[in-house]
Design a protein around this ligand. Structure first.
Ligand code: ADP
Length: 289
């Protein structure tokens, strides 16, 4: 079961209301003296910063509170699948697999919201450690297994690592989030065909590639898909779900790790996302403010 993370809010609604009663917001400056105006601007800026911090705290709090019950649902579901309460028919097993997949999808969306609010509030922590590329790819594949199995009749998925991959010194969890998102997108946007996830040693680093033979991305959308909440029009109609944060988070995580992401795509032919990672992420474990 995925452990839930601890969360401590910095702001509460009542604390913010006490700090800034509503009448403060509407009180106009007494005159047009530049000093008074400057003070007024500074006061409003502080108010805005507090309101923004409150918004991000509220987003984090809600997302965090949703994780715990979802993890419990997943735990009970796993017990049922393991036949802890008696043998299952094929139909029952299949239904439980669907429950698991929907719960995992929701968990992924909650995690994206949490990652986004941490990035926005400057509370993202980079924790570098040694990462064996082959092990990382195996983990990505195994965590995506329920989604791969769901698509097994339409899509062939292969994951290969180089025979002798260098060991990276980077933040394992963040790099895993990036690769899992690319694989999950490839699965969502490839109705039929092939998906390849690979890694190869290159000058001073490792290049990962996620290739699919899916619907592709129009040329004029290729840069915009990295903006938050951006989704190519029409793609959701084919039953795909998401909040439009995955690629934005991937790009910002890679920025923190000293890596980068590129995409090539042709509509109707497929897409290739390439992630380049340096051998060593230079930043020490820090809280970015
Ligand atoms: P989400 O997948 O949650 O919508 P992302 O930020 O991961 O958000 O992706 C943004 C958008 O980019 C998607 O909604 C989709 O329109 C497009 N996209 C991403 N990956 C692919 C892909 N492999 N093939 C086609 N379109 C893609």
């Amino acid at each position: 079961m995925i452990p839930s993370k601890r969360y401590e809010p910095r702001h509460t609604a009542s604390a913010v209301r006490e700090l800034h009663p509503v009448r403060d917001l509407v009180a106009p400056p007494d005159d047009d003296d530049p000093v008074v105006l400057r003070q007024e601007i500074e006061r409003l800026q502080a108010l805005l910063a507090d309101a923004n911090a409150f918004r991000l705290d509220a987003l984090s709090l809600v997302s965090h509170e949703l994780r715990s019950p979802l993890n419990i649902i997943l735990g009970y579901n796993e017990m049922l699948v393991d036949e802890a309460f008696g043998p299952l028919t094929e139909e029952q097993r299949d239904t439980l697999k669907r429950v698991e997949m929907q719960a995992l999808l929701l968990l992924g969306q909650i995690d994206e919201t949490l990652d986004f609010s941490r990035l926005e509030s400057g509370r993202t922590v980079v924790e570098p450690a040694d990462v064996v590329v082959e092990e990382l790819l195996l983990e990505v594949e195994s965590e995506a297994r329920p989604f791969i199995e769901q698509r097994i009749s339409d899509v062939e998925v292969s994951v290969h690592s180089p025979p002798v991959a260098p060991v990276l010194y980077t933040d394992r969890e963040k790099l895993k989030v990036v690769l899992k998102n690319l694989l999950s997108n490839a699965l969502k946007f490839t109705p039929k065909g092939q998906i390849d996830v690979s890694a190869a040693a290159c000058v001073n680093g490792v290049e990962f590639a996620v290739r699919d033979t899916g619907i592709g991305i129009p040329r004029d959308e290729l840069l915009r898909i990295f903006e938050p909440f951006r989704q190519v029009k029409g793609t959701l109609a084919s039953g795909c779900r998401g909040v439009g944060l995955g690629l934005h988070i991937a790009q910002r995580f890679l920025g923190l790790l000293g890596g980068r992401i590129e995409v090539e795509s042709a509509v109707g032919e497929g897409s290739t996302f390439r992630v380049w990672m340096p051998l060593r992420t230079t930043s020490a474990p820090v809280v970015l403010v």
